[in-house]
Design a protein around this ligand. Structure first.
Ligand code: FAD
Length: 320
């Protein structure tokens, strides 16, 4: 059985996504245990190949249909590379493309798929994957002894630094894939939601608010604190779903992944889907009246004070 591991490179707007480096680091660890190589599949952006020194071989497919993300084109190119390289494991991020591709490629490749993975280890010849089920409320440990498997990994599960290497990869292969001129779907346009100029992913600090705020009018309170600190306001999904704040300010699985130096969470319970977007913040401070709220499992500091008492007091103290 091959010991090679292939990683789908995720990129956008001319830069590589952090999850790519996380996967390359883990791929190196597994490939070393199995005596194999690390392969990176880079679709549509050859200029990024030099930055993938964490891989032994970078397979580049360039084609007009790969210039933007198009599931059918990605699927065709990856299916070709899987046949060509025959790795033992394909690693994909649990992102929008990853969720599109993991199951369909597994079906094409006749391989099992393990989704929502947060840990991966080699145990002899076996691969042991820990995966979230029921939205992260339970963890499943899955041992796979097949000669091929697809895993989609939740971003933030591994250290990105482990996959960053100085210098270019040992080998860059330009690969021709047939059939890309003959697709049934076509990329039209990418439409991003209006962000009012707020980019919560770039913030050093976030004031974040959840359903505990209890009404749109009360947002003024947390907005005032955010303004006092000079930082953006972010929110959990219920706040966004009710239309109280715009979608680009949502943190979590179906929102933005943020990594600020400080994340101040007010009235947020800490559901797995929310934690997925913010658990890598350097410092997490939580305010929740329920001492058993799961947000306290990840918070460095916490208080069970009522947010309606704490937030105005903080704004007053910090503003004076
Ligand atoms: P709640 O869980 O209702 O928590 C409110 C908290 O406020 C409670 O813990 C309560 O004790 C506290 N509170 C109440 N009053 C006060 C007060 N006066 N002072 C202090 N604390 C108070 N969620 C996200 O956030 N982001 C996502 O991207 C996301 N994606 C999802 C994707 C999927 C596929 C699914 C199924 C769910 C997703 N969710 C997401 C929803 C998620 O499961 C939770 O429902 C959501 O995170 C809960 O938001 P919350 O913590 O604001 O609300």
């Amino acid at each position: 059985m091959s010991g090679d591991v292939m990683v789908l490179v995720e990129h956008g707007d001319g830069s590589l996504a952090d999850v790519t480096f996380e996967l390359l680091g883990k791929a190196r660890q597994l490939a070393s245990a199995w005596g194999g190589k690390v392969h990176a599949a880079l679709l549509g952006s050859a200029v990024l190949a030099d930055q993938l020194g964490g891989a032994d071989v970078v397979h580049v497919v360039e084609h007009a249909t790969l210039a933007d993300y198009l599931a059918e084109a990605y699927e065709r190119a990856l299916a070709y590379l899987l046949g060509d390289v025959a790795p033992r494991l394909l690693l994909i991020g649990t992102s929008t493309p990853g969720m599109d591709l993991a199951a369909s490629l597994a079906q094409y490749w006749d391989a099992p798929v393990v989704a929502y993975v947060i840990a991966l280890e080699a145990a002899g010849d076996e691969l042991v994957a820990t995966a979230q089920i029921y939205g992260g409320k339970l963890l499943a440990e899955v041992a796979v002894d097949r000669d091929r498997v697809v895993c989609s990994v939740i971003g933030g599960s591994f250290h990105a630094d482990a996959g960053k290497a100085a210098g270019a990869p040992a080998e860059i292969r330009m690969v021709e894939v047939g059939g890309l001129d003959d697709l049934r779907s076509k990329f039209h346009a990418r439409r991003l939601p209006e962000a009012d100029g707020i980019d919560i992913t770039a913030a050093d600090m976030l004031v974040s608010v959840g359903r505990g705020i209890a009404g749109k009018d009360n947002l003024e309170l947390v907005q005032e604190l955010a303004d006092t600190l000079g930082v953006p306001l972010s929110a959990s999904r219920p706040v966004i779903d009710q239309g109280w704040l715009p979608k680009p300010q949502q943190v979590g699985k179906s929102g933005q992944k943020v990594k600020p130096r400080a994340y101040l969470a007010f009235g947020i319970s800490g559901a797995p889907e929310h934690l997925e977007g913010m658990r890598n913040a350097e410092l997490i401070v939580a305010c929740n009246t329920d001492s058993s709220a799961p947000i306290f499992d990840v918070a460095h500091y916490g208080t069970t004070v009522d947010l309606f008492d704490l937030v105005p007091a903080l704004s007053e103290q910090l503003g004076s």
